[in-house]
Design a protein around this ligand. Sequence first.
Ligand code: PPS
Length: 284
Amino acid sequence: MTDYCWFEGIPFPVLGFQKEILKEIRHKFVIGDEDTIILTYPKSGTNWLIETVCLIQKKGNPEWVQSVPFWERSPWVETEIGYQALINKEGPRLISSHLPFHLFPRSFFSSKAKMIYVLRNPRDVLVSGYFFWNKTNLAKNTDSLRTYFEWFLKGKVPYGSWFEHTRGWLSMRESENFLLLCYEDFKKDPRRSIEKICDFLEKKLDPEELDMVLKYSSFHVMKENKMSNFSLINEGMVNEGFVFMRKGTTGDWKNHFTEEQVEAFDKVFQENMAGFPPGLFPWE
Ligand code: PPS
């Protein structure tokens, strides 16, 4: 059974990751003031945000998102391929990452680079991750949601504990160069979230351009875009039945958790997130 690439107590996927790179990026990778970073815990809406930001940068014109795969538009700094692509790329760059706060390139913290962080109900993150990782050769697999649930609560899933990840990055929430978005708000009122991103990135779009961003970043359009729906992913990485654009909804956890799991999850959430204002987590 595939295990993980462990680095500083955090489990990373086995394919495409190297401890030397994880070590190097933290101390040596230079983030430029003009770079924009998309940071998430996996399965929180990363690719949705990448698509949205790319479309905003092109004022709604879909040509770029329809001709270049998302991992080239916004490479993941912590992967072997992404790191190589980024060090050879001229700025301003769009950079994606799922790294926890303490492993992220230190240069960011003294830069003016802008970071957008997407938060999603961890119960839905858990369900999304269960269906995703289990169909890949990137991480330890299990056919049992019960087992995955236990792994998730213990942080024994790719990129470690959701709770630690979220606590780490939320410490940045008052910083000027940090925008906190929530998947649930994005779903409820995508136009409002797109406007927030435009303001943050200081991009002025007219209403027609905004309509185009809205249209081309919608779930149904992204599902058909082979540059964004993972259909170009290396076949060795995924197994039969793999679907990246799975449901794109909120509250799917209610279809999967048992009553016992609902209670166990609430307890761990309370223990770990009690110090934060509840308004930060606008999900049911
Ligand atoms: S990854 O692999 O960590 O980069 O995955 P990530 O992109 O963070 O999250 C995948 C989930 O986001 C959903 N998704 C969307 N939802 C709504 N609208 C749009 N446009 C959209 N694009 C992707 C995707 O379906 C995954 O969620 P689930 O719940 O599994 O459907």
